[in-house]
Design a protein around this ligand. Structure first.
Ligand code: PRP
Ligand code: URA
Length: 207
């Protein structure tokens, strides 16, 4: 399942994120805000259990999150920008990290780091990366997670190219993808068009 968001706040904030004059501070803030807004929908199917509670007025039935515990797994670097927004909704989630960069010549993902919660096989996993371009990085990250026993995986991206969505779907049809917008295409350097440029560089001010 691919969920594309159609919400005025998301469209508004995403447009500011795309603008080339948006600086690092605002870029980071908006990535956090978008992650929270998307997180609302990503967590819609979380299970609840009833619990008795007492208000100042009377006893009633409240609800508490039940079911599987959650792991957030940002793909380094740019996925880091999405962690705080998601954690503000899911403060008990554990955070794993997968380090991948795209080789500038082959555009293939290269792994340089992987540290996951030891019980990742028992958790619902939410993979975070603002950009889904060729889909190589997300597919490699999901491959690692499945090798470590993860079974319930969602992928959350801010911008995707149609090619990346198809690539992930073809390799991991069981993974639900949530994306704020599916853009037009990839250019000859495998950058998303119109996109927002290099998310990692814009987030960390490295260019
Ligand atoms: C970016 C982005 C994704 C990847 C997407 O990371 O954050 O991880 O590219 O491209 P793909 O779908 O074609 O694999 P990058 O490799 O630039 O590393 P960075 O986050 O460290 O800047
Ligand atoms: N990675 C990015 O940061 N941006 C793109 O457009 C493609 C890959």
């Amino acid at each position: 399942m691919v969920t594309v968001f159609d919400h005025p706040l998301i469209k508004h904030k995403l447009s500011i994120l795309r603008m080339k004059q948006t600086g690092t501070k605002q870029f980071k803030e908006i990535v956090t805000e978008l992650s929270m807004l998307m997180g609302y929908e990503v967590t819609r199917d979380l299970q609840l259990e009833e619990m008795p509670i007492e208000t100042p007025i009377c006893k009633t039935t409240g609800y508490s999150l039940a079911g599987k515990k959650i792991a957030l797994v940002p793909i380094l670097r740019a996925g880091l920008g999405m962690v705080d927004g998601m954690l503000s909704l899911l403060p008990a989630a554990k955070v794993g990290h997968i380090g991948l960069y795209r080789d500038p010549k082959t555009y293939e993902p290269v792994e340089y780091y992987c540290k996951l919660p030891s019980d990742i096989d028992k958790r619902e996993v939410i993979v975070l990366d603002p950009m889904l371009a060729t889909g190589g990085s997300a597919t490699a990250a999901i491959d690692f997670l499945k090798k470590r026993g993860a079974k319930h995986i969602k992928l959350v991206n801010i911008i995707a190219a149609p090619e990346g969505v198809e690539y992930v779907k073809s390799h991991h049809p069981d993974v639900d993808i949530y994306v704020a917008n599916v853009d037009e295409k990839l250019n000859e350097h495998k950058y998303i068009v119109p996109g927002l440029g290099d998310a990692g560089d814009r987030l960390f001010g490295t260019k």
